[in-house]
Design a protein around this ligand. Structure first.
Ligand code: FAD
Length: 404
């Protein structure tokens, strides 16, 4: 049959593991794959292996609710996420792969004075940084999202909202597959079902990466393993200020296009958008305790539906199609950990918690730049691991959208 049928559509068959690479990336999620793509495309570095213990991008990349926005609270955060949003808006062209990027407008509902104050604060910071955000009141909300229940006769009436017109969704798998395709076309090796089991450190350098398929040498190592960040860092002798907490989500059966806006209520711990497939994609706050598990619970679904039906009673007859969980790598200040570590050739991309899908393009691009130049770009300097020693946290809790 040789030559008659293509052996694969997008990705080369997994090659044998070589004995050494210029760069080894641990974690084949969106972030690891994006870093591999930009290393090859922007810097011509192609002797790169991406090691993924499971199937391609089957971690949080495959489990997230795909919201992209840049209406954060700190100038550092707004600047960073807005670069990502801009990269996202042209990503289908860049990758020649349809990621179904769809600008919907993002409403963060405020149900009390404190939430109104935070919304106003965020709107002002956003505008100052050139990001389109404003505080809107119920009469405007009724025009933006007529499906919302704006009655005063509910537990938590809607007082206003932070409105962010560029807020968007995308096809999460498509983003990872597009980056993987672009990276492998340029010579990067993708090693799925290859688990990193140990790291050998000598004189402040990682000298060997141990895997369940053999040991390899690497000039530089990048760890991008989200929920497993603390565990993999421990192999390198590093202790991270990161706690892994399950985050759950679910989708309804698909219906015709009905809900344009992305609706988030921090007070009710509830958010929803309608995917390009027609499903209502719904999520809630992180679970109340740390756990390395992707099991999903009945409590999550019951709480979520109670609040969802207060906001959007029109969804009452829709059935839930499936539910799942991911493992969110939460930092104390709700900002990521990016850049250098105390080890000379070991770089980190972690602390993506409940917010890292939207950062996939910018983190890949800027981590690739960091590795290629051995210089941390100004854009990601505020997110250095060392900020926790310097008491220089970048507090984004107020912009996390759902409570934690
Ligand atoms: P992952 O996609 O998890 O990739 C890491 C990979 O590392 C995994 O595939 C894992 O198998 C692999 N790995 C782990 N250990 C090893 C090892 N020892 N050896 C080899 N490989 C290893 N973010 C947003 O911006 N917007 C949202 O709307 C949003 N919603 C979310 C909803 C849910 C339910 C969840 C769980 C998360 C959500 N997030 C959201 C967060 C977002 O999903 C993540 O921050 C982001 O996907 C992280 O990408 P990643 O590539 O770093 O991690």
């Amino acid at each position: 049959l040789s030559g008659k049928y293509p052996s694969q559509r997008h990705f080369p068959v997994r090659p044998a593991l070589k004995s050494s690479y210029d760069v080894v990336i641990i974690g084949g999620g969106g972030h690891g794959l994006a870093a591999a793509y930009y290393l090859a495309k922007d810097w011509g570095i192609t002797n790169v292996a991406v090691l993924e213990k499971g199937y391609l991008a089957g971690g949080n990349t495959a489990r997230n609710t795909t919201i992209v926005r840049s209406n954060y609270l700190t100038p550092e955060g707004v600047r960073f996420y807005d670069e990502s949003r801009q990269l996202f808006s042209d990503l289908s062209h860049e990758l020649d792969y349809n990621i179904l990027y769809s600008e919907r407008g993002h409403l963060t509902l405020a149900h009390n004075d404190a939430a109104m104050r935070t919304s106003r604060w965020r709107a002002e910071v956003n505008k100052h940084m050139g990001v389109d955000s404003e505080l809107v009141y119920p009469d405007e909300i009724a025009k933006i999202c007529p499906q919302l229940n704006l009655s005063r006769d509910v537990h938590h009436p809607i007082e206003g909202a932070l409105y962010h017109p560029p807020g968007a969704i995308a096809r999460h798998d498509g983003v990872a597959w597009g980056y993987a395709k672009g990276a492998t076309e340029r010579g990067v090796e993708l090693h799925t079902h290859t688990e990193v089991t140990g790291l050998k450190v000598n004189n402040d350098e990682v000298t060997q990466v141990e895997t369940d398929r053999g040991t390899i040498k690497a000039g530089v190592v990048l760890q991008a393993v989200a929920g497993m960040s603390s565990e993999v860092a421990r192999m390198a002798g590093l202790k991270l200020p990161i706690k892994t907490i399950p985050l759950q989500a679910c989708v309804s059966e698909p219906v015709k296009p009905y809900l344009d806006s992305i609706v988030v209520s921090g007070s009710l711990h509830t958010y929803v958008s309608q995917s390009s497939r027609g499903e209502m994609v719904m999520g809630s706050a992180a679970d109340p305790y740390g756990l390395y598990s992707t099991r999903s619970t009945l409590e999550f679904k019951e709480d979520l539906m109670m609040n969802m039906l207060e906001l959007l009673p029109c969804l009452a007859s829709l059935r839930v199609l499936r539910q799942w969980a991911g493992m969110a790598d939460m930092t104390p200040d709700f900002s990521p950990v990016m850049g250098e570590t105390p080890l000379k050739n070991y770089y980190i991309d972690a602390g993506w918690g409940t917010w890292g899908f939207k950062a996939t393009p910018v983190s890949g691009k800027r981590m690739a730049e960091t590795i290629a130049t051995r210089q941390v770009p100004d854009l990601i300097k505020p997110f250095a691991l060392s900020r926790f020693e310097r008491f220089a946290q970048v507090g984004e809790r107020g912009a996390a959208s759902v409570g934690h």
